[in-house]
Design a protein around this ligand. Structure first.
Ligand code: ATP
Length: 270
C-alpha cells in the first residue's frame, strides 16, 4: 500500500461477491470492463471495444466506491483513489499539475482502476465556486481523458458524484464519462443480502433478516454496515459482562435500529 497526498494505491481483495445486490450494474460493468479482457475475440468480431470510462452517481453510502474497488479486485488491477478536493489548490496552475501527476501515476500503475470521487467539485454550474480556475481544471481533465489511448490501455476511469446536476456538461460528452450509471439505495431483497453478507461468520442466533430488511427502507449499504457493526458491539458487551460468548440476536439489531434513520432519504428530497 502506497500513499501520498494526492492518491492512494491499493490492490483490493474485494470482488463482486462482496457487493450485495446491484445485479444490473454488475452486468453492465462486466460487459464493458471485464468480459472484453477475458473474451477479446468475441468483442472484436462485433466491433465492440473494451474499457473506457464510467460515471457512477447516486446517494452517499450505496456502494459507488465499493463497486469500483471490486472491479479492480475482479480484474487483478491496482486501485487508485483520488478525491478531487485534495487536488484543488489555491495556486494558479497547481491543481492542473496535481491532476496530471495523478494520471502519470495511473500510467505507471497499469492495469489500474482510477477512481475519481467528488467529480462535482469541478462543476461548472456551481454558484459557490471557491476556485476561480476550476474551468481550466475541467479542461485539464478532458485533456487527460482524451490523452489516454482510451481502449485496452489498461486504465479504467470511474468517476463518482452524489450531485450529478452539478457536473460540467463537457464531461458527459461522447468519449468521455458519458456512460452514467445510477447506484440506488438497496431494495428490500438487496438489504437482506447485504445484511447477511455483513453478519456472516459472526456468532448469531436465528436472525430474521427478512424482517430487519423490511424495517430498513431507504437505508444505504453504509447504514446497514453500521447497523451490523453496532449490533455486534452490543452482543460483545453482553458476552464480556456474562463471561460467555453471546450470539447476536434480533433484539440486538432491533434495539440499535430504533435509534437509526436512513441517510439516503435526504438525497431524494434535494
Ligand atoms: P459516497 O458517495 O459517500 O462516497 P459511496 O456510494 O462511495 O458513498 P461506499 O463508500 O461504496 O459508498 O460504501 C460505504 C460502505 O458501505 C462500504 O465500504 C460497504 O461496507 C458498504 N456498502 C455500500 N453498498 C454496499 C453493497 N451494495 N454491498 C455491500 N456493502 C455495501
Amino acid at each position: 500500500k502506497e500513499k501520498n497526498a494526492l492518491v492512494e494505491i491499493i490492490q483490493p481483495k474485494e470482488t463482486f461477491a462482496d457487493v450485495g445486490g446491484l445485479d444490473e450494474v454488475k452486468k453492465k460493468i462486466e460487459m464493458n470492463f471485464i468480459l472484453p479482457l477475458q473474451k477479446p475475440e468475441f468483442f472484436k468480431a462485433y466491433g465492440k471495444k473494451a474499457g473506457g470510462s464510467l460515471l457512477l452517481y447516486g446517494p452517499p453510502g450505496c456502494g459507488k466506491t465499493f463497486i469500483a474497488k471490486a472491479i479492480a479486485g475482479e480484474i487483478n488491477a491496482n486501485f487508485l483513489h483520488i478525491e478531487l478536493q485534495a487536488i484543488l489548490s489555491m495556486y494558479i496552475g497547481q491543481s492542473e499539475h496535481n491532476l496530471h501527476d495523478v494520471f502519470e501515476k495511473a500510467r505507471e500503475s497499469k492495469p489500474c482502476v482510477l477512481f475519481i470521487d467528488e467529480l462535482d467539485a469541478l462543476g461548472g454550474s456551481r454558484h459557490n465556486m471557491r476556485f476561480h480556475h476550476e474551468r481550466t481544471l475541467v479542461n485539464q481533465l478532458l485533456v487527460e481523458l482524451d490523452g489516454l489511448d482510451s481502449h485496452n490501455d489498461g486504465i479504467y476511469i470511474i468517476g463518482a458524484t452524489n450531485t450529478p446536476w452539478y457536473l460540467d456538461p463537457a464531461l458527459k460528452r461522447p468519449g468521455r464519462l458519458n456512460q452514467m450509471i445510477f447506484i440506488p439505495p438497496p431494495s428490500e431483497k438487496e438489504r437482506e443480502i447485504i445484511l447477511n453478507l455483513k453478519i456472516k461468520d459472526k456468532p448469531q442466533d436465528s436472525l430474521d433478516m427478512k424482517k430487519i430488511a423490511s424495517k430498513t427502507n431507504y437505508f444505504s449499504g453504509a447504514d446497514l454496515d453500521q447497523l451490523v457493526h453496532d449490533s455486534v458491539e452490543a452482543a460483545l458487551e453482553r458476552s464480556l459482562e456474562s463471561g460467555e460468548l453471546q450470539p447476536i440476536t434480533n433484539m440486538d439489531i432491533l434495539k440499535v435500529l430504533k435509534e437509526r434513520k436512513p441517510t439516503t432519504l435526504e438525497w431524494f428530497s434535494t
